[in-house]
Design a protein around this ligand. Structure first.
Ligand SMILES: Cc1cc2nc3c(=O)[nH]c(=O)nc-3n(C[C@H](O)[C@H](O)[C@H](O)COP(=O)(O)OP(=O)(O)OC[C@H]3O[C@@H](n4cnc5c(N)ncnc54)[C@H](O)[C@@H]3O)c2cc1C
Length: 373
């Protein structure tokens, strides 16, 4: 997803240099689909298959339908993303695709299927930096593409989170992305501590229970199952190594408190392409204020210790007339005073204790690093 997105942005901003997109086909883009929210137009918007302007949330014992304000929620399917990207890149003779397995990087290039390929710059979404910051949590999710005999889904409103599911196996909620009234992706999502044991059976039971008791689906068929464990790391990993820049999930684009990456990848791709066209290198990239990674790591610390706190936090963030304040915060575009307003009502002592733990552990890490030098 990030390689294709960047290729399209480079094709528009800086197509003086040849670009090769290398993929070994181990995870075909056609199998993927990404939901995300955004405000304003994006270069690859034509790839969106569905747009929504409301979401449903169920937290703190009540269901609310929230307009998205200046945001819209959209779903991009992998095949549509590839097609739209190729509309930008195919007319450019310097832009090509190569099927091949990247083995690693060397001075002046990379190794694909055992053979050296010269490259001035390498954008790496598959190998990653040698050293990564420690994980804060994992996002474990299992989704069923369900076909229901009865039309039980609301075709126009996705459910971003519904906490009517057991919290025994981690801070958990169910996400519902409808296709029409009979078909939806119903996903069980849990934030768990790094390395925590996963219980596939419990996750499937939770999905079946949600479908029967909350959604009211009877006689449904599970057409497809997807499952993933996303490593969540609030701190930004080092991205630049000589001529290699890490991109995508491995480049820190997964937002640690949500597991969403699509929209951050779009912003990052635009910034890389701008840096390339302006400076001839890809390293002049904006950085979000440091408090956002800290807030993410504090939230993950709290919810992995005390799972019920996730529902309270989301209920507080999404308690306004629209979802806009919460989405702006998750996009790391809020001011401090807006954040203070958002956090009012959350248990301050719990979060302050977690903040102290995080700050102490990062100070310990820094002094250890200093000692070892
Ligand atoms: C099941 C699932 C659902 C998700 N849903 C969403 C969502 O709805 N919204 C959202 O914002 N985020 C979502 N994410 C998180 C994130 O957006 C995705 O993981 C996203 O695909 C990350 O993009 P990427 O470019 O880093 O990696 P990928 O999209 O996985 O791309 C990596 C590519 O590299 C290829 N490859 C792998 N190893 C090699 C190698 N050694 N050599 C050559 N090629 C190689 C693969 O074939 C693949 O095409 C989801 C993640 C998962 C796992």
């Amino acid at each position: 997803m990030s390689g294709l997105s960047l290729a399209a942005h480079l094709a528009v901003a800086d197509h003086r240099h040849p670009v090769v997109v290398v993929d070994d086909g181990s995870r075909p883009v056609e199998d993927g689909a990404w939901a995300s929210w955004s405000a304003g137009a994006g270069m690859l918007d034509a790839a969106a298959h569905r747009w929504f302007d409301k979401i449903r949330v169920h937290a703190g014992g009540r269901t609310t339908v929230l307009p998205l304000g200046r945001y819209r929620y959209r779903v991009v399917r992998g095949r549509d993303l590839a097609e739209v990207v190729h509309r930008y890149t195919d007319p450019l003779p310097g832009f090509t695709r190569q099927r091949g397995h990247v083995d690693g990087f060397t001075d002046g290039g990379l190794v694909v299927d055992g053979r050296f390929v010269r490259a001035r710059w390498v954008f790496d979404s598959v190998v990653g930096p040698g050293e990564t910051p420690p994980l804060d949590a994992q996002l474990v999710f299992r989704g069923w593409r369900v076909s229901s005999e009865r039309g039980v889904f609301d075709a126009e409103i996705p459910t971003l989170f519904d906490f009517r599911t057991s919290q025994t196996h981690g801070a958990s909620f169910v996400y519902v992305l409808p296709e029409d009234t009979h078909h939806a992706l119903v996903e069980h999502t849990a934030f768990v501590a790094p390395g925590a044991a996963q219980d596939e059976t419990a996750q499937r039971e939770a999905l079946a229970e949600y479908l029967a008791e909350v959604a009211g689906a009877t006689g449904y068929e599970v057409e497809r199952e997807e499952h993933a464990v996303l490593p969540l790391c609030a701190a930004q990993p080092p991205r630049a190594h000589g001529h290699v820049l890490t991109i995508g999930a491995r480049g820190g684009m997964l937002k640690a408190s949500t597991g969403f990456a699509y929209q951050r990848v779009q912003r990052d791709s635009a910034a890389i392409a701008w840096s390339m066209s302006r400076h001839g290198h890809p390293f002049d990239l904006p950085r979000a204020p440091g408090r956002f990674p800290l807030l993410d790591s504090v939230l993950l610390d709290v919810v992995t210790r005390e799972p019920v706190q996730l529902e309270r936090a989301f209920a507080a963030l999404f308690r306004f007339r629209t979802a806009e304040p919460a989405l702006r915060f998750l996009d790391e575009e809020t001011t401090l005073s807006q954040e203070m307003r958002l956090f009012a009502g959350m248990p301050a002592a719990t979060y302050l204790a977690a903040a102290r733990r995080r700050l102490t552990s990062s100070a310990g890490g820094a002094s250890r690093a200093t000692t070892s030098r």
